[in-house]
Design a protein around this ligand. Structure first.
Ligand SMILES: NC(=O)c1ccc[n+]([C@@H]2O[C@H](COP(=O)([O-])OP(=O)(O)OC[C@H]3O[C@@H](n4cnc5c(N)ncnc54)[C@H](OP(=O)(O)O)[C@@H]3O)[C@@H](O)[C@H]2O)c1
Length: 225
């Protein structure tokens, strides 16, 4: 039976390409997106390419829906091997001095709490199975050596996501659940960078049991937090 991977925010962009790579790696992919038409069309296009992909609607800002979906995947597929937390927003342009708290709340809701909620929804199944892979799609903007002015809400939320990655990876270190984070090697406008990021995500989602845990990657190479 093939591995089952759930990808968030996958109706377009990097998430969609991650689904394609996971499909090519032989996974059954649960492509999730908050807009049903976009997500269904994306899944259909991947099925037409020969991949085993189904669409499920998911807004990661809704924790109850996240838990329901994880249970549904278990009902339908009997396993949930990998979670790729890709969904994110980047909505702030002001500096920290004038950043509206509402913008910060929304950034954290999706980029941090959304990812945490997905982890909490899938972990009981992964812990019961004694197997799981969690990939947090983060950003250079959350990397300490690269912290600087600009997009503070996004940066803070991605820094928190990186911290979550280290804490959770350590929390489950006795169990065969590997939690890692990654970033893109270039702009999402660059198809090569998107393809490389998707390959990195698929690699982290299918790591062997002795693979890395609690690390940060770009283009399959470990980088500093
Ligand atoms: N773009 C870059 O250069 C870059 C660099 C480093 C890291 N990243 C990270 O890479 C990941 C993908 O980025 P991208 O460039 O592909 O961005 P994108 O095109 O903006 O895609 C983000 C995806 O997240 C979805 N999303 C947003 N809020 C959501 C929610 N509440 N529930 C479910 N889905 C939600 C969006 O859905 P809709 O289609 O409904 O809006 C979209 O599909 C993100 O985590 C991003 O932070 C991007």
């Amino acid at each position: 039976m093939s591995r089952v991977a759930l990808v968030t925010g996958a109706g377009r962009g990097v998430g969609l390409e991650i689904c394609r790579r996971l499909g090519a790696a032989g996974c059954t992919v649960v492509l999730t997106a908050r807009h049903p038409e976009r997500g269904a069309a994306a899944a259909r296009s991947l099925r037409e390419e020969g991949h085993d992909v189904c669409f499920r609607e998911l807004d990661v800002d809704r924790p109850a829906a996240v838990r329901e979906l994880a249970a549904r995947v278990m009902d339908e597929h009997g396993r949930l091997d990998a979670l790729i937390n890709n969904a994110a927003i980047s909505i702030d342009s002001a500096g920290l001095a004038t950043l509206e708290l509402e913008v910060l709340h929304r950034s954290f809701d999706t980029n941090f709490l959304g990812a945490l909620g997905c982890c909490q929804a899938v972990l009981p199944f992964m812990l019961a199975a004694g197997h799981g892979r969690i990939v947090n799609v983060s950003s250079d903007h959350g990397s300490f050596p690269k912290l600087a002015a600009g997009n503070p809400g996004y940066r803070l939320s991605k820094t928190a996501l990186n911290t979550l990655t280290v804490i959770l990876a350590d929390e489950v270190k006795e169990i065969n659940v590997l939690v890692n984070a990654m970033t893109l090697g270039g702009s999402c406008e660059d198809p090569g960078a998107v393809a490389s990021a998707a390959e990195t995500a698929a690699w982290l989602a299918t790591l062997p049991d002795d693979g890395p845990r609690g690390r940060f990657f770009r283009d399959r190479a470990e980088i500093s937090w």
